[in-house]
Design a protein around this ligand. Sequence first.
Ligand SMILES: NC(=O)c1ccc[n+]([C@@H]2O[C@H](COP(=O)([O-])OP(=O)(O)OC[C@H]3O[C@@H](n4cnc5c(N)ncnc54)[C@H](OP(=O)(O)O)[C@@H]3O)[C@@H](O)[C@H]2O)c1
Length: 253
Amino acid sequence: MSAGFCSLDGKVALVTGASRGIGASVALGLARAGATLVINYQSNKEKAQKVLEQVKEFSRESFLCAFDVGNAEEVEKSVQEIVGKKERIDILVCNAGIARDSLIPRSSPEHFEEVFRTNLMGTINPVRSVSRSMMKNRYGRILCMSSVVGEMGNKGQSAYAASKSALFGFCKSVARELASRNVTCNVIAPGFIETEMTGELPEEAKKAYLEGIPLQRFGSGQEIASAVQFLVSEEAGYITGATLDVNGGLLMR
Ligand SMILES: NC(=O)c1ccc[n+]([C@@H]2O[C@H](COP(=O)([O-])OP(=O)(O)OC[C@H]3O[C@@H](n4cnc5c(N)ncnc54)[C@H](OP(=O)(O)O)[C@@H]3O)[C@@H](O)[C@H]2O)c1
């Protein structure tokens, strides 16, 4: 399809949580770049179907694959099915995530478990399952979606922040383990991106966040998709264990 810079022609990409928001933009971006997409979602089949229709304009062999990223058995079974069908997975984008806010004195162990199950185990499960096929093929690009909140913390988001900051150590370890097999593993830490997740924020909170963002606006899913496309391309082959901040300057390191 597109043979230019960061072309993903011929690659097979699995994007978790791609029925809406950032994941949908990422799936569309990777399809535009030439990849065949496996679009994962949990329950929102109607929205996932709409994303697939858009993706198919660029990549006809793409398909949907529903599974719960927090369920290791479901993930393993689905990954085996995809590998059986397409022979390999070249690119894995672990994007599925939830935000469940609560102040620490009011939070419960169940609250933390729910967030960790999707955001942390929901990244670990697909990486575990896909890594075997990537190692065998001596090629792979793994991308994990963290958050600026995992770097800075945020009031009411201790569970979310803990689940997202754990990804930095996880990805660096995976990067070290799989490097000899030409498999890279990187993290993107988005700032505030306009999706349903941020749509739920009260106007007051949005205003307060905007004041701290040097670029004075929230980001778009497309802007995250562009960063993902680069990090999962052949051109980014010498980048591993890295975190790319895409946050409008909210946090500068
Ligand atoms: N939006 C932001 O400002 C922002 C900032 C930093 C980081 N992030 C991170 O970026 C990622 C995407 O965020 P978003 O704003 O696009 O979220 P979103 O609009 O709420 O979409 C979440 C996606 O994850 C899927 N999902 C949730 N739980 C799942 C599970 N157990 N198994 C499989 N899929 C599951 C949903 O599928 P269904 O449609 O089937 O429910 C949906 O496709 C998340 O990891 C989030 O933490 C977002």
